[in-house]
Write a protein that binds this ligand. Structure first.
Ligand SMILES: Cc1cc2nc3c(=O)[nH]c(=O)nc-3n(C[C@H](O)[C@H](O)[C@H](O)COP(=O)(O)OP(=O)(O)OC[C@H]3O[C@@H](n4cnc5c(N)ncnc54)[C@H](O)[C@@H]3O)c2cc1C
Length: 410
């Protein structure tokens, strides 16, 4: 009897792992099925560039089918429920038994969780984490006459924790280039005590914020948005007015995970072994990408590095061997800083982002915790790498585990 591997979600993590495992599993033995609700794969790092008119929407959306190997069954349908006892996935129109399951359904935005936010959603309060949001925000930016632009992070964790910083750095460049920077106050309002989670990176990003005359308000726990009065209000009763609100609303896991009692709680993430990528409380289940509880960034780079480790562990399980705790939380990310420059961070569970050169020690060409034009070109070239190498499941010349080579430690 053939066996079934079912992969939930054909985004960054699901597509990549499907293609990687198709190369490793015998076709006669294993059928691979991947399920997603639509056939539109969005290159999400490109969403950052839409509000500034740098990318057009059609440049960052491709058909998912283009990137899923032919001998993988691609089902377009909404996942409704997973019965973990019977090992079966229910979609709106079908039912799929599994021997092994990979959960890779990412996160969704939940603006409705913040009282008042929906009243001005996509009218005075915008997001750039979805394609429609980024397109609407582009229109709002283009017609903005000046005033107070507030970027507010509602709560942690959320995907790509550097993207809000990139947004305010790029807004500074955008309004400068349009000759109206003096007419725009840019505010970065975060629940964190500083610009970022890790001390060295936080100090670096704070310096850039100060250099660009962006105002920062830290430790602001959003309680409510008054869209009519154009104010955000914190749990402690502080309020800040805005003319244009760019919101990072709460991120939650897919709702079927909560309905199926797979998620840890109502927020919807699946408790994941942070070193092996197995689901902690469910048999024959693995978790990848933003749906996990890994204590590192929710980022495509993490999906990539952890998928490499997961695939090896998956093969070990099939061969009756023990899994290995090899995933070290490796994450890296280019951070666009405006005016044709970017920074880069590379870190893991044990090491915070450090300065230095990457990937070649001493040579780079990329600078860690430093701005450069080379970093910017690295960021822009990544779109090609994403479509042509990453989601197709090819090996990239980057180690899954973080290396200290080229990094400067105190
Ligand atoms: C603005 C922005 C900028 C970013 N920049 C970077 C960056 O520079 N570098 C970086 O590493 N990462 C970046 N990221 C983060 C990166 O895009 C995500 O971490 C990555 O996409 C996670 O992959 P995933 O497969 O877990 O989730 P996704 O790629 O979001 O895929 C999840 C899939 O599950 C599907 N799905 C969900 N629920 C259901 C359901 N019920 N039924 C059927 N299908 C379902 C969705 O349709 C989706 O296709 C950025 C993200 C954003 C929003």
């Amino acid at each position: 009897m053939g066996k079934n591997l079912v992969i939930l979600g054909a985004g960054c993590a699901g597509t990549m792992v499907a293609n990687k495992l198709r190369k490793r599993l015998h076709r006669d033995e294993w059928t691979i099925t991947i399920i997603d609700k639509d056939d539109r794969h969005v290159y999400q790092p490109g969403l950052l560039f839409i509000p500034f008119g740098i990318y057009q929407p059609e440049e960052i959306v491709r058909s998912r089918s283009e990137f899923i190997a032919r001998d993988i069954r691609f089902v377009i349908d909404e996942i409704n429920h997973v019965d973990t006892e019977k090992q079966r996935v229910e979609t709106m129109a079908g039912s799929y038994p599994y021997d092994q399951l990979i959960v890779a359904t990412g996160v969704e935005l939940a603006p409705g969780e913040i009282p008042g936010l929906m009243e001005g959603w996509q009218k005075v309060a915008f997001d750039f984490y979805t394609l429609p949001g980024a397109i609407n925000l582009h229109k709002a930016m283009r017609t903005f006459k000046g005033g107070k632009l507030v970027l507010n992070i509602a709560e942690f964790p959320f995907k790509c924790p550097v993207a809000p910083l990139e947004f305010v750095y790029m807004a500074d460049a955008y309004f400068t280039e349009r000759g109206m920077r003096d007419a725009v106050e840019i505010h970065f309002v975060t629940p964190l005590p500083g610009a970022f989670t890790k001390p060295k990176a936080s100090a670096f990003f704070s310096r850039l914020i100060a250099d660009k005359d962006i105002k920062i308000t830290a430790s602001f726990d959003l309680a409510e948005v008054d869209c009519a009065g154009r104010k955000i209000i914190s749990a402690g009763g502080k309020s800040m007015d805005f003319d244009l609100l760019v919101s990072i609303p709460p991120n939650v896991g897919a709702r079927y995970l909560v309905r199926s009692n797979i998620a840890m709680d109502e927020i919807g993430y699946v408790k994941t072994n942070k070193h092996t990528l197995e689901a902690e409380h469910h048999q024959n289940m693995w978790v990848l990408g933003d749906a996990t509880t890994l204590p590192t960034s929710k980022a495509g780079s993490v999906a990539h590095f952890s998928a490499e480790i997961m695939v090896e562990n998956f093969m070990r399980v099939l061969h009756g061997e023990a899994v290995r705790p090899d995933f070290d939380g490796h994450s890296n990310c280019f951070i666009e800083t405006g005016f044709g420059k970017a920074a880069l961070i590379d870190f893991n569970y044990d090491y915070e982002p450090l300065p230095g050169k990457f990937p070649l020690p001493g040579l780079g060409p990329f600078s860690l915790l430093g701005e450069s034009k080379a970093n910017h070109w690295g960021k822009m070239m990544f779109k090609w790498v994403y479509w042509n190498k990453l989601v197709t499941g090819e090996e990239l010349p980057l180690e899954a585990q973080m290396s200290l080579a080229g990094k400067i430690q105190d």
